[in-house]
Design a binder for this molecule. Structure first.
Ligand code: URP
Ligand code: ZN
Ligand code: ZN
Length: 451
């Protein structure tokens, strides 16, 4: 055996037990009350610590051209930060070019990612163009190992309801999963024009032009199309109460509707847009009011939110400043890739949810929903993507302790109870007590299958 993690408490999505974990060739090969060291290369003492599966961040935008610039974490910086926050796999969005086959989109992004990624990765294809036979290129992409796609209902590359419907029909036919960014584009544009014409230009009006009902209506509409086509649907970054209620109802009716939310919606409310640095929090959908935040937490507790992901899409302060006098010029997106697992585990450590729930939301469920068979739990045969977590190590987030390339973080000053002390990616130590020890190019493309 290459390594034994001894004396720790293993936490999976539905079980917690004391055990030693044996690793060989990057895989978990043995789990037992006690494993004899014999000729083992390395022993890690995890007494008093939790031994967890690495998190899977199912929603990142690394090196993404967006908002007149490119998000500030490239594949190396983003995955380096991921590793240091206990995330051992990311799903990045590969934006289809007009006229491009989906598999070509994946290959184009993979060529950028492969030399740089420090942890394992896969993609969802963000669909822009389904004309001239491109809808059928979804079939080939599913076979290639990328069976998940996303449509945007907003932005200049958002799709019409008709295109969304056709993508869902295709997904139903070939067994793909469609994610959706749900906001009502018409209303966003209308409200934005109204506020700008009234000289209301601060970051607060980013929220006011995308209030609760703008997202809630679109969630309901998206669920309606999923029901009509019989296709499963994954709602990304769900941030409002009306949408939560629609998801709960659809699940109760037996539809395969998944919901993802992000830590920023759990920690911050729309009040942040009144702050001096409010523009740093501009993302879409925006943070909502306290009622929505409470509804999301309740949905997490009863299991109606399936995953937590970050929507990591940071921009430098100078780029955020483009919108000092016009909120529409602020590139949309915030950092979070290093904060997700520590934040959710801290919520567990403080008794808000259980550790098993945190692991289910951040690791087990994304692995299952997106079909990564080798990830998502500490179990024999799985990749040795493991986080050693110290429940007694308190941590205050400051940007100088983060490992991304962004010059600020919306998480500045947030206090966490407990923190990851080590991260292993396929058995290799990539993070140790504050220090990144991984390497550029270590991360591998993971082919996924929903069959
Ligand atoms: O503001 C955000 N969320 N930026 C990234 C793109 C998206 O909408 O997911
Ligand atoms: Zn989005
Ligand atoms: Zn996103």
């Amino acid at each position: 055996m290459d390594m034994i993690i001894k004396n720790g408490t293993v936490v999976n999505g539905s079980a917690t037990f004391k055990a030693d974990v044996g690793i060989s060739g990057g895989k978990i090969v043995c789990i037992a009350d006690s494993i004899e060291p014999n000729d083992c290369q390395s022993i890690v003492d995890a007494s008093g610590k939790l031994v967890l599966p690495g998190a899977i961040d199912a929603h990142t935008h690394l090196a993404m051209p967006f908002g007149g610039t490119v998000s500030s974490d490239d594949y190396f910086a983003g995955t380096r930060a991921a590793a240091c926050g206990g995330t051992t796999m990311v799903f990045d969005f590969a934006l289809q070019d007009f006229g491009e086959k989906m598999t070509d989109t994946v290959k184009r992004r993979d060529a950028l990612c492969a030399p740089d990624a420090a942890v394992d990765y896969s993609f969802h294809v963000a669909v822009k163009d389904v004309d001239n036979g491109l809808l059928d290129s979804i079939d080939e992409c599913v076979e290639y190992g990328v069976p998940s796609f996303k449509v945007f209902m907003v932005y200049d590359f958002g799709v019409t309801d008709g295109v969304f419907y056709r993508v869902l029909q295709k997904a139903k036919e070939v067994g793909a999963l469609i994610g959706v960014h749900a906001e009502n584009n018409e209303l966003v544009n209308t409200l934005t024009k109204q506020y700008l014409s009234e000289g209301k230009t601060s970051a607060w009006y980013h929220y006011m032009s995308r209030p609760e009902f703008v997202e809630g209506e679109a969630d309901e509409r998206a669920i309606q199309w999923a029901k009509a086509t019989g296709a499963p649907l994954y709602i990304v970054h769900l941030a409002n109460k009306q949408g939560v209620e629609a998801v709960t109802k659809a699940k109760d009716e037996g539809y395969e509707i998944y919901a993802e939310t992000c830590p920023q919606y759990l920690e911050f409310t729309s009040d942040v847009y009144k702050r001096e640095d409010g523009r740093n929090f501009v993302c879409s959908p925006p943070m909502k009011g306290a009622e929505s935040q409470a509804a999301i937490w309740e949905a997490i507790k009863r299991g109606d939110i399936d995953t937590i992901a970050t929507d990591h899409c940071p921009f430098q302060s100078a780029e955020k400043d483009w919108g000092i006098n016009d909120f529409t010029k602020i590139p949309n997106g915030c950092a979070g890739i290093e904060n997700m697992y520590p934040y959710m585990l801290s919520a567990a450590n403080s008794g808000k949810i259980t550790f098993e729930q945190a692991v289910k939301l951040c690791s087990e469920n994304p692995a299952k929903i997106f079909g990564c068979k080798d990830k998502g739990s500490v179990a024999i045969g799985k990749d040795a993507d493991i986080v050693i977590y110290d429940p007694d190590l308190d941590f205050t987030i400051t940007n100088d302790k983060m490992h991304s390339d962004c010059d600020h973080t919306i998480w500045e000053g947030v206090k966490l109870h407990g923190y990851p002390v080590q991260t292993y990616s396929r058995g290799r130590l990539v993070y140790d007590k504050g220090e990144f020890l991984g390497e550029r190019g270590w991360g591998k493309f993971v082919k996924c299958s929903l069959k």
